[in-house]
Ligand binder design. Structure first.
Ligand code: IMP
Ligand code: MG
Length: 186
């Protein structure tokens, strides 16, 4: 609409452009397809951040698969994770004996992923792997759950777009960007 301001004006810097994102996702899909040949995978998308990534990744995977979703919320401030996670929506599928591939938007402290993998491991799946689009490598030590598949290592800055939000907004940006500081302080 003509009187609504553009989201793009709130972005200070585009960190990962749309074509770069899509090319990397195609490469990730190729690797996953190779690794899972002969196994039926259950993609577990973590809402809401992983929605765009999950949708694009799944469309690149030319193999039989199923999809399910978990919604979680982590206690903490708007921009920092506390590691205390609450399940808002659990899986609809029984995962016993299944090959799980957790699809996450971003690893920051790594605490959310640790909670998730420990929770899911107790349900006796055949295997659990993790595919994270973004990893803030300097925000955590080497002792975290290491994802088998990572899209991009990024600096420890707060990013939005392509599923990632600030105060529930900017998820619909087609790229990963950094917000202008004025957006936080206004
Ligand atoms: P962790 O538990 O510290 O690894 O945080 C992981 C979760 O925090 C992600 O699934 C995101 O929902 C959220 N998060 C971490 N960093 C960012 C960011 O830069 N932008 C948006 N959300 C983020
Ligand atoms: Mg998340």
């Amino acid at each position: 609409m003509s009187n609504s301001s553009s989201m793009h004006e709130d972005i200070e810097e585009i960190l990962i452009s749309e074509p770069v994102l899509q090319a990397r996702i195609a490469a990730l899909a190729e690797a996953i397809q190779e690794d899972y040949a002969g196994r039926q995978v259950l993609l577990v998308g973590i809402l809401r951040g992983a929605m765009m990534f999950m949708a694009d990744l799944a469309r690149r995977l030319d193999m039989p698969l199923e999809m399910d979703f978990m919604a979680i919320s982590s206690y903490g401030s708007a921009t920092e994770s506390s590691g205390v996670v609450r399940i808002l929506k659990d899986l609809d599928t029984s995962i016993e004996g299944r090959h799980l591939l957790i699809v996450e938007d971003i690893i920051d402290s790594g605490l959310t992923l640790r909670y998730l993998t420990e929770n899911l491991a107790r349900r006796n799946p055949a295997s659990i792997s993790v595919c994270a689009l973004l990893d803030k490598v300097k925000a955590h030590g080497d002792d975290i759950i290491q994802p088998q598949y990572t899209g991009f290592s990024i600096p420890s800055r707060f990013v939005v777009g392509y599923g990632l939000d600030y105060a529930q907004k900017y998820r619909n940006l087609p790229y990963i960007g950094v917000l202008k500081p004025s957006v936080y302080t206004e």
